[in-house]
Design a protein around this ligand. Structure first.
Ligand SMILES: [Zn+2]
Length: 752
């Protein structure tokens, strides 16, 4: 079985592995491509902002993760076109099933991005331009393949003009109108060609050449070659306007064994069914089977004695009977009692969440669903939804309650936290006391909850605004309790506040604890959100553009559960699509950023970690960076090394190291500048540099020098210095290695 999926970046280990396979294909298929270009793919994916193209990578995989082909698409949102940079198959056979599937995916994506055209290059299929018969045959078969979609070379332009005298076999520029077949307007085509030549072939095409080629587009509309291989009437140029990407849906297939028949027990199997019924019809979801994960994932979040208790107690209770707790210690610090009916109160927080035979297997399966959804997102999917019951967000580290047994969303978050920072946004009507308790002392998982104020709403004892986290976790729990009467508008205000906090935190993953009980007429709530409001909420959350795991929590008005869930996901996916199709401006506003210049002993390790994680530096360079910190600690000012440390909520997120250049009057060297990858593209580097210059000036400095490598990888670094007012003063060729010169920049600092 073949599947095609999108790879968003190379941050996750699994994606690194995929990308390594992609690079191998490139190397084996295109001997002429430089190693630098191959290596830069990961960087392009990770930092779409640094590029003037957004890079989109699709891989075709066989079951088991073997990559058999890939397509690399560049997106230019301003001019409105996509450029197919590479499409390659591991076996070398293009145009077959895999190539066709990939090309269709690329067209589909281009359609969703609403661009006016898809462009790419194809080597010529005319004998006079391509004397090699083997290559000629290959080129013909390629162009035949693309003709089936209506894509053909533009003609009567100078695109094929050799860059250097004697260049042969120059590629055609092929235009795919994506089934809309609009005439290719000259002004548009010129902008497209200019962008391609200037950005993709920067360094290869001199400005004069670019100008000449652009000017050679004289026809309006620009002409496209006649069909050569296929009859126009068999061309199937239509682009299926399917959704951007389907949401992975993992349903707890054992939820209905858990059915408490007691009166008033609103947490019933029909909840899942009514949601599922709506989702199934939408075509937005692709259902996955839950995978079985080991218990260890639960025990990282819940105390082992608690996990064992649930397992055992459920097994021991009489079939068909429910055991309700009725007597409680004041939190479970005392010794656990022996009597089963009393023991349940030791681990439970209320009188209405029973133990019965099926609780454990149902809840255990729910955990598998949550983890499966999380794994889908880890594997590169944008959104995954664990449609589970029993819910989980009231389950704390060592207690259950509020219809909840295992905290599904916390378990998913814990799993993801091994790969990056996680924010949990709980939008259930009731406070998410479970994950608050579990992550209260941690700063790598942010917990945010919007809920009915505990003065009138369950769980009554938690959810106050002044619960902000503890120790390392201080500042990483946000409670937004709201009054009894809340409508859509007021809710959105609170949600926006929550989102601002999440964005400040800048997580790698988002977990949404989706409660549908803020809805009008929910039997457990007091608010009155309507279907439209859920769509709005989804939109606001999706606009963050974060890889998102949604876990079902509460929501008990079965008549509207399905429509509200559907609306939420409609909003979510719509916003995610919009987010993906836009060029993202770096967010300059980071709250809570602070600079300091004093160095402490902890900074040696913190600097080491920071420099390492940027991935730019060799081990030896990392050692040097650390050595400078040590030197500073030991000799203070006489070391000649000064530092500016940038911190965000106490976390070191960037720094510079600078100092006066010996034997000069007022020249300073900036030795190091590093910004944590989580914060890159957000103006931190610029602020750090500014702060550093300020301090150099204060110390009497008039000139600041920085140097960097000439290599392609450092193009963005060089551009950064130039943007910050540094001028290139000299280039020392072959300084670092053959072909790798050192570029020296200088900025004159004006003394006031
Ligand atoms: Zn709830």
């Amino acid at each position: 079985m073949l599947s095609i999926r999108r790879i968003y970046d190379d941050v996750l280990p699994i994606n690194k592995e995929i990308l390594a396979q992609v690079k191998d294909i490139l190397r084996s298929r295109f001997a002429a491509v430089s190693e630098e270009a191959i290596e830069s793919i990961g960087e392009k994916l990770r930092n779409p902002f640094k590029q003037r193209f957004r890079t989109i990578l699709y891989v075709a995989e066989k079951l088991g993760g073997k990559v058999v082909g890939f397509a690399l698409l560049l997106h230019e949102p301003e001019i409105g076109f996509t450029y197919l940079d590479w499409i390659a198959m591991a076996t070398g056979r293009s145009g077959g099933g895999i190539g066709g599937a990939l090309y269709e995916k690329v067209r589909q994506e281009s359609g969703v991005l609403k661009v006016k055209g898809l462009f790419f290059e194809c080597l010529p299929d005319e004998e006079k331009y391509c004397p090699d018969p083997g290559l000629l045959k290959e080129n013909r078969s390629r162009l035949r393949f693309y003709e089936q979609y209506g894509a053909r070379p533009v003609i009567n332009t100078g695109y094929e003009m050799p860059v250097n005298r004697g260049d042969t076999c120059m590629p055609h520029l092929v235009y795919d109108g994506l089934g809309q077949e609009p005439p290719l307007k000259r002004s548009y085509a010129r902008r497209v060609v200019q962008a391609i030549l200037e950005r993709k072939y920067a360094g290869l095409c001199p400005p004069d050449y670019v100008k000449q080629v652009v000017a050679s587009f004289k026809d309006d509309p620009v002409q496209v070659r006649e069909f050569r291989y296929v009859k126009p009437e068999v061309v199937n140029a239509g682009v299926e306007s399917r959704v951007y990407e389907q949401i992975a849906l993992v349903v707890n297939d054992r939820h209905d064994i858990h059915h408490v028949h007691e009166r008033g027990y609103v947490e019933s199997p029909v909840r899942v069914r009514s949601i599922l019924k709506k989702l199934e019809k939408s075509g937005l979801f692709v259902q996955m089977k839950p995978y079985k994960f080991p218990d260890q994932h639960i025990q990282q979040v819940h105390a082992p004695d608690f996990v064992n208790y649930l397992k055992r107690a459920c097994r021991e209770v009489e079939e068909g009977k429910s055991l309700f707790p009725y007597v409680f210690p004041i939190r479970n610090k005392t010794r656990p009692p022996k009597e089963p009916s009393v023991l349940s109160g030791y681990y439970c927080i209320d009188t209405f969440t029973p133990i019965n035979r099926n609780v454990y297997p149902a809840a255990r399966r729910g955990v598998d669903c949550a983890l499966t959804a999380a794994r889908e997102v880890l594997n590169g999917r944008r959104i995954a939804y664990g449609l589970v019951r029993p819910p989980g967000h009231h389950a704390e580290r060592r207690s259950f309650g509020g219809f909840c047994y295992f905290n599904n969303n916390a378990i998913a978050a814990q799993y993801l936290s091994g790969y990056g920072k996680v924010a949990i946004l709980d939008i259930d009507y009731h406070h998410g006391n479970g994950q608050q308790d579990i992550f209260y002392r941690r700063s790598d998982v942010l917990t945010v909850s919007i809920h009915g104020h505990p003065r009138f709403a369950y769980p009554y004892f938690n959810g106050f605004e002044d619960e902000k986290g503890d120790g390392e976790g201080e500042g990483f729990n946000l409670n937004i309790p709201l009054p009894e009467v809340v409508e859509g508008e007021a809710y959105r205000k609170a949600l926006k506040r929550a989102i601002i906090r999440v964005e400040q935190f800048n997580p790698t993953f988002l977990v949404v604890a989706l409660g549908l009980d803020p809805a009008k007429d929910d039997p457990t709530g007091t608010w009155s959100l309507k279907a439209r409001d859920f769509e709005h909420n989804g939109q606001l959350i999706g606009a963050m553009g974060l890889p998102t795991v949604v876990i079902q929590e509460g929501g008990y008005r079965t008549r509207t559960l399905g429509v509200n869930a559907m609306n939420f996901f409609n909003g979510l996916i719509k916003a995610v699509q919009e987010w993906a199709s836009k060029k993202h401006k770096p967010k300059n506003k980071i709250h809570g950023l602070a600079f300091r210049q004093d160095i402490c002993h902890e900074d040696t390790e913190r600097v080491r970690k920071l420099v390492e994680i940027t991935g730019y530096f060799t081990d030896a360079e990392v050692d040097v960076a650390v050595e400078l910190v040590r030197e500073r600690l030991e000799k203070e000012d006489s070391s000649g090394y000064h530092f500016v440390m940038a911190e965000h909520y106490g976390r070191l997120i960037g720094y510079t190291c600078y100092g006066p250049i010996p034997c000069t009057q007022s020249s300073y060297d900036i030795y190091w500048i590093a910004v944590h990858p989580d914060y890159q593209g957000r103006g931190i580097g610029r602020q750090l540099l500014k702060e550093t210059e300020r301090r150099i000036k204060a110390g009497g400095g008039l000139r600041a020098y920085v140097d960097t490598s000439q290599r392609v990888q450092y193009a963005s670094t060089r551009a950064f210095y130039e943007r910050c007012g540094y001028l290139m003063e000299s280039l020392l060729p072959d300084f670092y290695a053959q072909g790798d010169g050192k570029v020296i920049y200088c900025k004159q600092l004006v003394q006031k």
